[in-house]
Design a protein. Structure first.
Length: 328
């Protein structure tokens, strides 16, 4: 027969309530937790979270909405969300919306239909009317009309840091290249504060900021750079845009970073320990994912949490900027 919670408690020499707290990641002494976990392993005890969920009117599942699985940032974020949820004995439904409004609305309705306990969402669609402050929902970067909880990287500092770095690297004329959505979100601060910092530094700056969805992107970048041939430093809204810009520069016969230096925003890698694909303002994706999970689980428990959580960023050196050598 399968081991029960009572069997675990007996072997560990503790009460059933203590075993329950360990399983629910509650407050338990380290030594006691070790004994319970050892008993669980020895007995090969498998908690019946489905039965527990029915009893508590919970599913112990969370939906993660992302715009696309093809974007490395979203994929890595999903990995860290799932890892953080597993530590808390939750499962994750991955909802790849592909930017479709109807799909995102259906995902949000999963909460009201008791199919999931809460949602973490990276969404740029017009779903404001479906999001309310009493919904267990944590947004990434985006804020809504109502006071919805959200987690964001420090886009303000990131924009400023990109301007400072390009000047430090010797750039004389810099540019911002990006796309934006009409819905409110924190990523717009990347361009805004890059431009502000450039002006404060006395740095000449030109802007190409395009309304999404982006069409004929390469042609628009070529036209912009042809109009501004003396640009020698570029900051882009994200790493994917930075990679596109580097390709366009190569097609135009300009070398990166010798002729033009490029800084993106995200911190994309092919694997966890690979070099950055481009020089970049790094969002600490794991920290953002863990913060989002912790906030959502607290909301599900009925606790009050901060509406806005900001995670610091830093510069990550890649091969699209020059290496600055110090002179003794």
């Amino acid at each position: 027969m399968s081991a029960t919670m009572k069997d675990v408690a007996k072997l560990a020499g503790v009460g059933v309530g203590t075993v329950s707290r360990v399983l629910n990641n509650g407050s338990v002494k380290v030594s006691t937790r070790a004994k319970v976990e050892a008993a669980i392993k020895e007995l090969n005890y498998q908690p019946n979270f489905y039965a527990r969920g029915l009893k508590m009117n919970q599913t112990f599942t969370v939906a993660l909405i992302i715009p696309s699985v093809w974007n490395p940032f979203f994929s890595e974020f999903a990995f860290h969300v799932e890892t953080a949820l597993e530590k808390n004995h939750y499962k994750m439904y991955l909802c790849n919306s592909d930017g479709a409004v109807d799909k995102e609305r259906e995902y949000v309705q999963m909460v009201t239909q008791n199919k999931v306990d809460g949602i973490i969402g990276i969404t740029y669609s017009d779903i404001d009317e479906y999001i309310s402050s009493n919904l267990p929902f944590v947004s990434i970067d985006r804020y809504f009309t109502e006071d919805v909880i959200y987690v964001t990287a420090d886009n303000i500092s990131g924009g400023r840091l990109a301007a400072q770095k390009l000047q430090e690297l010797g750039c004389k004329k810099v540019a911002f290249i990006g796309g934006y959505q009409e819905i409110p979100n924190e990523t717009k601060n990347r361009r805004k504060y890059f431009e502000i910092e450039c002006n404060q530094l006395g740095q000449e700056v030109v802007i190409l900021d395009m309304l999404e969805p982006l069409e004929d992107l390469n042609k628009k970048i070529v036209a912009f750079l042809t109009e501004n041939p003396d640009v020698d430093g570029i900051f882009t809204v994200n790493d994917s845009m930075a990679i596109t810009v580097c390709d366009v520069l190569e097609q135009m016969g300009k070398a990166v970073p010798e002729d033009v230096q490029v800084i993106g925003f995200d911190g994309q890698r092919i694997t966890r320990h690979s070099p950055y694909l481009v020089s970049t303002i790094v969002q600490p994706i794991e920290a953002m994912a863990e913060a989002a999970v912790n906030l959502l689980l607290e909301v599900i428990k009925g606790e009050t949490v901060a509406n806005r959580t900001v995670i610091p960023v830093y510069f990550g050196e890649g091969k699209t900027t020059k290496i600055v050598t110090s002179v003794n």
